[in-house]
Structure formats: structure tokens, C-alpha cells
Design a protein around this ligand. Structure first.
Ligand SMILES: Cc1ncc(COP(=O)(O)O)c(C=O)c1O
Length: 413
């Protein structure tokens, strides 16, 4: 059975696109890295870019670099680069801060564009920060946070849509890897007069996203997962151009002022996306992200999606053949159109298994209480690696070479 899978993996790798892009990453030998949906690996262009930034730009050019090395424009320049991956025409995306801060900014400002509507809607299964911030913004603005799952959203909008100010959802479920539709809910929300804010943390860089064509209102996402911008990389915020005249981000830092160096007494927002800037941009991490984004040069996102689906589909096939009867339950949809770029398996001993895999050089992760997550990135993951990860999981399970009593404590990678 495994011999056939080995041959199948080799055939799939031989015909898969993007094989040459793997060399744009510095992947450690002997590691199967399936956690790029949490922290992308190091792109080869980053160390030299950071060396130049630290030694020449900061070390020698000093403060002149704000002008001479393009530091001042970095948030919008790099925002536009991310924009190319999410279907946003230039001038609508800014890079900086964390996703949580960008969510707060976008949610508060979007809600203010729909006064007299009492509901902010989020998904009960969304990442905690989305739920916490929806609750917090609702409290601050005297609104009500409503939790509505993607499956129930269109029904909810039909019944109560005229009370909804903003819908904040993610296209990919961070635990199960399920991919939700974006077009139909965006349309339904607009028909009800509501605005839509997409959290693209698990989608940006992993699949084609067309924010402009969707007529999305706002979007946020992080730089450290599929964009491989490094630990704590700056996030991004997209605001559709049609909202630029009226939109007022609530965090009115001096960088977002129309005339920041005028040092005025009162705040006057910059025109366009510039008003989404807050404070002095984190140049070290912004320029690391900028260098990281070169891995996408000449990359066709349709090919990224096709290869990602081949990888996750092959993972599910391997799991069906090699893990049957060992206590694993795949929770990622088998239907390709409903899969993001990860596979999740439920198992009662997920934590112990994840640690045992890691000690054998297979790095995935788990989410409490019982989900093993394996992220694939079409830019560097191979079908052979998928097979070796599932084979390793089978060996650990059948030999009992893991601690079934291990439980996650503290930070879980
Ligand atoms: C879907 C989603 N939204 C938001 C966040 C939080 O991002 P940040 O830590 O940049 O605030 C995460 C982090 O993993 C996430 O997965």
C-alpha cells in the first residue's frame, strides 16, 4: 500500500507546478514543515534585506533613511504588495500593527458607517481575537455583538439584516480548515444594507482572493502565516476606495494625519488609505515582510490554489489509507471547494501526537482540545513530504510512541 502511495506522491510532485519556488525559502534539512499556517518559514531574500537595512540603512544612513530609503512610504508600499495577492487595486491596503489592532480599527470605523443599526455579527467559531474585539467594539459603541455561523448567515441576514451594521467573518476556519463562501454572504450583507469585514489571516497568500471584484468593504489579515513575513510580522488592512471619503479610523495617531509633520493641534485624517496609519511604522519588520513577499514574484495564485488542493487532497487520501482504525477523524471537508490550505485531524491524544511528530522532525501543530493541524503551502510543500508526515503519524500511533496523557500547557506552537 505504501509503495503505491510513494509512486503516487512522486507522480503528483512531477506534474505539480511551482516546484522551483521552494528554493526561495531557507527550509532546514530533515524537517517536514507543515505549520506555515501559523508561522511561515524563512524566505531566502530576508536575511540579506535585513542585513542591508540594519547595517547600511540604519547604521550608516541613519535618520535620512526615512526619505532616502523609502521608510516613510513603507506601510502603503508594502500594503499595495499585499494588495496584489488579495485582489486589491493600489491605494487601498496598508501594512502595520497586528491583526487585532487592524480589526479594532476596521470594525469600529465600519460600524460608524452604519449608524442606527445595532448588530455587529461575528462567527461563534472564529478566532478568539475576532470575537473578543467584536464584543469590545459593540460595548464601546452601545451595540450588540451577535454570533452567527457562516452556515446560518444568509438566513440571518434575510430575517434581521436591516439591523446589521457589520458582518465580520473569516473565509477559512482556523481549526478545521473549512473554506466558506465569500461572494454570496458579501452580496447578502450588501442587499441588507450591511458592510462586510473579512479576516484573511488563513487565506492571504494561500489562495486567490478578489476583494475588489467581490466588492468587499474591509479586510484584515496577518503577515506571518502564508505571507511568511516572520514572527509577529505586520498585519494589513484593506478599505475599499468607495469608503475612503467617509471612513474614520478611531485610532487617530499622528502618522495618519493629513499633514503629519505640520504638528497641528487637532487631528485631520489623511486622504485615502493613509488615514489607516497610526504611529511610527515598525521598519525592521515591515522591510522583512517586503523581502518575504518576493517569494510571490511571478507566482500565479490559481496555480497556488490548484497545488494546495492537490496537497490537501493527497493528505486526506493518505490518512484514509494509513490511519484508518487508529482513532483519527478528518474534520477538513473532502470536497475540494470547501478546503482551505490545511488538513485537521481530530484525535483524543492530539497534543501527545503533535509532540511526538515534532521530535521526529514533522512540525504541525494542534488546537485544544483534540485537533491536529497540518498546514500546506503550495510554494514549498511536496506530496512526498505529506506522505512522510502521515507515515510518521501512523508509526507513532501503531507503536504507541507518544504520551497519551500529555496536555497542552502554556504556549502551543
Ligand atoms: C483568523 C485569525 N484572526 C486573527 C488572528 C490574530 O492575529 P494577531 O495576533 O496578529 O492579532 C489570528 C492569529 O492566529 C487568526 O488566526
Amino acid at each position: 500500500m505504501t509503495t503505491a502511495l510513494v509512486a503516487h506522491a512522486a507522480a503528483l510532485d512531477a506534474e505539480a507546478p511551482l516546484a522551483h519556488v521552494r528554493q526561495r525559502f531557507l527550509l532546514p534539512a530533515g524537517i517536514v514543515y507543515l505549520d506555515g499556517n501559523s508561522l511561515g518559514p524563512l524566505p531566502a531574500a530576508v536575511p540579506s534585506a535585513l542585513h542591508d537595512l540594519v547595517h547600511r540603512q540604519w547604521g550608516t544612513d541613519l535618520i535620512r533613511s526615512w526619505n532616502s530609503n523609502g521608510w516613510w512610504e513603507a506601510p502603503t508600499r508594502i500594503g499595495d504588495r499585499v494588495g496584489r495577492l488579495i485582489g486589491a487595486a493600489p491605494g487601498q491596503t496598508v501594512a502595520g500593527d497586528s491583526t487585532s489592532v487592524q480589526l479594532y480599527n476596521a470594525l469600529s470605523a465600519a460600524a460608524a458607517l452604519r449608524p442606527d443599526r445595532p448588530y455587529l455579527v461575528t462567527d461563534p467559531g472564529d478566532f478568539p481575537t475576532d470575537r473578543y474585539l467584536t464584543d469590545a467594539v459593540a460595548t464601546q459603541l452601545g451595540l450588540e455583538a451577535r454570533r452567527v455561523s457562516p452556515a446560518d448567515l444568509e438566513d440571518f441576514l434575510e430575517k434581521e439584516g436591516d439591523r446589521v451594521a457589520v458582518v465580520c467573518h473569516s473565509p477559512v476556519d482556523y481549526r478545521t480548515g473549512e473554506l466558506h463562501h465569500m461572494a454570496a454572504p458579501t452580496r447578502a450583507a450588501h442587499e441588507a444594507g450591511a458592510l462586510v469585514l473579512w479576516d484573511l489571516c488563513h487565506a492571504a497568500g494561500a489562495m486567490p482572493i478578489q476583494l475588489d471584484a467581490l466588492e468587499a468593504d474591509f479586510a484584515v489579515g496577518c503577515g506571518y502565516k502564508f505571507l511568511s513575513g516572520g514572527p509577529g510580522a505586520p498585519a494589513f488592512l484593506y478599505a475599499a476606495r468607495r469608503h475612503h471619503a467617509d471612513w474614520r479610523p478611531p485610532v487617530t495617531g499622528w502618522n495618519g494625519h493629513a499633514d503629519p509633520f505640520g504638528l497641528h493641534d487637532t487631528y485631520e485624517p489623511a486622504p485615502g488609505i493613509g488615514k489607516a496609519r497610526i504611529g511610527t511604522p515598525p521598519i525592521l519588520s515591515l522591510l522583512a515582510l517586503e523581502a518575504a513577499l518576493t517569494v510571490f514574484d511571478d507566482v500565479d495564485m490559481a496555480q497556488v490554489r490548484a497545488k494546495s488542493l492537490s496537497l490537501t487532497g493527497f493528505f486526506l487520501d493518505c490518512a484514509a489509507q494509513l490511519l484508518d482504525g487508529l482513532g483519527f477523524e478528518p474534520v477538513t471537508p473532502a470536497v475540494p471547494e470547501r478546503r482551505g490550505s490545511q488538513v485537521s485531524l481530530r484525535h483524543a491524544h492530539a497534543y501527545g501526537l503533535a509532540r511526538a511528530l515534532e521530535s521526529r522532525g514533522v512540525i504541525g501543530d494542534m488546537r485544544a482540545p483534540d485537533l491536529l493541524r497540518f498546514g500546506v503551502n503550495a510554494l514549498y510543500t511536496s506530496h512526498a513530504e505529506i506522505l512522510s508526515a502521515v507515515t510518521c503519524l501512523r508509526e507513532i500511533s501503531t507503536t504507541g510512541a507518544y504520551d497519551p496523557t500529555a496536555v497542552a500547557a502554556g504556549a502551543v506552537t
